[in-house]
Design a protein around this ligand. Structure first.
Ligand code: HAM
Length: 422
């Protein structure tokens, strides 16, 4: 067939989907420990939402949005991120009137027209969390800790680096921006075209530019930390104390700025070794003005998003092991029928079970092995004649024969034991 998927948009095939389930399940479990619940906004929104929410000086809005005019003449955009959508939904449904603290997560596809490369796609998936209605620094510390818990539950601590910064607030950031623009003005001949334009409207973005000459030009630039107002400095200090109490390993990075414009005060990123240049697996921060910019109450929030493709690329094989039993039956009608009855018993007691009817004995065993089943139940002529089943432990290549009536309990306890060993 000559019709292919669109560049940068990937099929998630059955052989990796177990990893996706594992990541999603782990996120749901950890987020519920922090009192978060799910909100599912649509993938298509009015373009204006992102123009207002994300900021028109950002790469996302300038270059990356999938925007089109729909049949009714409205300009609509496939969401490039979830934060603006979640906040739109919170405002539209007055959720903060019902409960002044909202802790919400969302999981799903996002769309950015970027140049595809390893770890960077045009359709990608995020696990996104937003916490609204708490201004204090410990809400930030807890939110960062939740992100750290999720990353380390999936990847372990060793490959991770959490970098933290404060971007100040409306009081102290203008002074810092002026100082930075002044610094950059003297070096503008070394800046790329984008940065020469941005250095006036949004000089912080220049700090984040990946072009080599821009990276050199910003060496020695003023640091935001030295320009924070007393409130922002206290807030940042208390966030860091909170992180230490929560045993989150972090590093301060005074040059960390984010690609989206709505952040105030605390910002952070989690990077991982082994991903090449697209090594940010999560990023986020506080946004104290975004709700009111979008027409909601003057309430602050903080959140983050994980890029699921990047986590999945890093995962080890752990999540791919299935728990369950493969039933191997001699390909004869009466034996297969007997096997079918046993399969039904196993499944009724909540055990994942598969078979491959009509295939040779050898082909069935190969399939059980390839699919990663830790246990096989074998039903051949001998077992049929003696009302028994042979149970094979695939990991240890050991087998024994048990009474047909005892087989279900035997398999159950074997699977429990194996689960506990992991
Ligand atoms: P972001 O830093 O733009 O933040 O994206 C978060 C994560 O999504 C990145 O760290 C990366 O792992 C993943 N990601 C972004 N673009 C791509 C891409 N083209 N291909 C693959 N993965 C990608 C946000 O989106 C904010 N809305 C996060 C947030 C929530 N801040 C506050 N609340």
């Amino acid at each position: 067939m000559d019709i292919k998927a669109i560049r940068g948009m990937n099929d998630i095939l059955p052989d990796t989907v177990a990893k996706w389930h594992f990541v999603e399940d782990t996120a749901r479990r950890i987020f519920s420990l922090y009192g978060f619940t799910e909100l599912r906004p649509p993938v298509l929104e009015r373009t204006e939402l992102f123009l207002r929410g994300i900021g028109d000086e950002t790469d996302v809005v300038e270059k990356q949005m999938y925007t089109f005019v729909d049949k009714s003449g409205d300009s609509v955009t496939l969401r490039p991120e979830a934060t603006a959508s979640v906040l739109r939904s919170v405002i539209e449904h007055s959720l903060l009137n019902k409960d002044p603290i909202q802790k919400l997560y969302s999981i799903g596809p996002m769309f950015r027209y970027e140049r595809p490369q390893k770890g960077r796609y045009r359709q990608f998936h995020q696990i996104n969390a937003e916490r609204l209605g708490e201004d204090g620094p410990l809400a930030d510390a807890e939110t960062l800790s939740m992100a750290y818990d999720l990353a380390s539950a999936i990847l372990g601590h060793d490959v991770l680096l959490m970098e933290v910064n404060s971007l100040g607030c409306q009081k102290c950031r203008p002074g810092f921006k002026d100082a930075l623009t002044g610094f950059l003005a003297d070096r503008q001949d070394r800046l790329c075209e984008d940065c020469r334009r941005r250095m006036y409207a949004n000089p912080l973005r220049v700090l984040d530019c990946k072009v080599e000459s821009c990276k050199e030009a910003v060496e020695g630039a003023p640091l935001i930390e030295e320009n924070l107002c007393p409130d922002c400095r206290d807030h940042f200090g208390a966030v860091l104390t909170g992180l230490s109490i929560l045993n989150v390993r972090y590093e301060k990075n005074p040059r960390l700025v984010r690609g989206l414009d709505y952040y105030t005060r605390t910002t952070f990123e989690i990077t991982a070794r082994g991903l090449g240049s697209q090594n940010a697996i999560a990023g986020g921060g506080r946004y104290d003005n975004l709700l009111s910019i979008l027409g909601g109450p003057d309430v602050g929030g903080i959140g983050f998003a994980f890029g699921m493709e990047r986590i999945i690329m890093l995962m080890n094989e752990r999540a791919e092991q299935v728990s369950g039993c493969f039933v191997v039956a001699q390909p004869k009608p009466e034996i297969e029928q007997e096997a079918l009855g046993f399969i039904s018993e196993l499944r009724s007691s909540g055990i994942r079970v598969e078979a491959a009817f009509g295939k040779s004995f050898k082909a069935q065993m190969r399939r059980a092995d390839k699919a990663g089943y830790p246990v096989c139940a074998i039903l051949g002529e001998n077992e049929m004649a003696s009302a028994t089943l042979t149970i094979k432990d695939m990991e240890h290549a050991e087998q024994r024969t048990v009474e047909r009536g005892a087989a279900l309990d035997d398999i159950k306890s074997m699977l429990i034991r194996k689960g506990e060993e992991k």
